[in-house]
Design a protein around this ligand. Sequence first.
Ligand code: 4AD
Ligand code: MG
Length: 485
Amino acid sequence: MSLKRSTVKALLASQNLDREVLVKGWVRSRRGNKYVQFIAVNDGSIIHNIQIVAVSEQGKELPLIKLVWEKEIVANTGPSSEEAFKQITTGACLAIRGQLVASQGKGQAVEIQATEITVLGAADPEAYPLQKKATSLEHLRDIAHLRPRTNTFGAVLRVRHALAFAIHDYFNRNGFFYVHTPIITGSDAEGAGQMFRVTTLPPEHPPRTEDGSVDFTQDFFGKPTNLTVSGQLEGELAAMALGSIYTFGPTFRAENSNTARHLAEFWMIEPEVAFNELEENMDLAEDFLQSLVRYALEHCADDLQFLNDQYDKELLTRLSFVVDNAFQRLTYTEAVEILKSAKQRFEFPVDWGTDLQSEHERYLVEKHFKKPVILTNYPKEIKAFYMKLDDDGRTVRAMDVLFPGIGEIIGGSQREEDYTKLTTRMADMHVPADELDWYLDTRRFGTAPHAGFGLGFERLVLFVTGMSNIRDVIPFPRYPKNAAF
Ligand code: 4AD
Ligand code: MG
């Protein structure tokens, strides 16, 4: 019977010792001499490596190594030597058979005493970029195709996975349905005009109408189309039928924001709930975020401990704090008062009606309240057309959730369910009603109060991992002047 591969994670947790095992993974380091060799192997299942020990019996050589290259044995070095082990360099991929035993050394409970090591793929040490010495996160961005092989990105990618799973799990447990909203759209959900055009027309010589403008009737969809900035509008349609829904998909924004918090392609989670009003929307956002962070603390302990030790000594404390403390809720108007009387000097002045900058958001969260904040009831001029107008006619039922180190992590609102008020707002804001006629049908037929929000997935991963740049929490970041890989 052929031996099945075990993961490093399973082996490190195994109580069942002194048995033959097979493990496959990439070499993190190797050291030793002609009598004993130690190889640290990682297979991505867990942050920790398993130690492979190749030890010679008294008077004998080190165990047999098969060197396999493109499925052919090019060198069978048994009885092997120290020379053969030198082929086993950082980054090489190995298959190891051996006995799983209690470790005699410190630092690990178990190790494998190798009986056979096959080199599945060598990694030329002259050329392989990820050698043992630490490489900067900036440099790793230039080799984003290899960075999952580092401890840091392994940890980040496992946490990212865990959070994605926790999101689906949360909604599934709470009766929400996952709706797949389109990625190519014919409308601008945020009305902000920051979209990437999708077209098959030739850029050099697009067909033109008589007045000289591009003739989009000849384009693939017979009209101008874009990559979506948000699944909300389609999500609202679904919520007005299924009750509680969420979307979780890629969104695209052609805003020229070269910051550590913005990506041109990011993933967004957008729940939408029929009959919810602003208060319930805030309750949902708070419970949702706390439960996600709690999930990560419970299921990603090793990775978070590593990130805490390596990058951000406050990380675990901050995560626990968010789970254990209620968020501070206040209106935009109250926040402006606080900011105006703050001792701190801001680069951008604050006055009622201006949009808050990241420095203001972070002052409120990190200096003033020292906890997550939910700001509500923003001036209507600085928020999207679909938000419900307050009775004063000046503010809308918006809510932004602000997090330490991040600023805005969630943006949402109660929606304007009144057809006349909504179309009036759209006209005021020059949002083309003809393009959104389908959306207005929700208000024409069986309209009801409803509310929802969008959580930026990478901002969540940024917060939970304690990384400082959003480009380091997505495998292949897209930002202005960068779409390599
Ligand atoms: O505040 P935003 O623009 O809200 C919406 O798109 C609504 N349609 C959501 C809704 O109510 N259903 O974006 C929501 C969140 C932000 O709070 C932020 O976390 C994230 O998406 N976000 C970005 N993340 C990374 N890069 C960018 N360029 C982002 N823009 C927004
Ligand atoms: Mg926003």
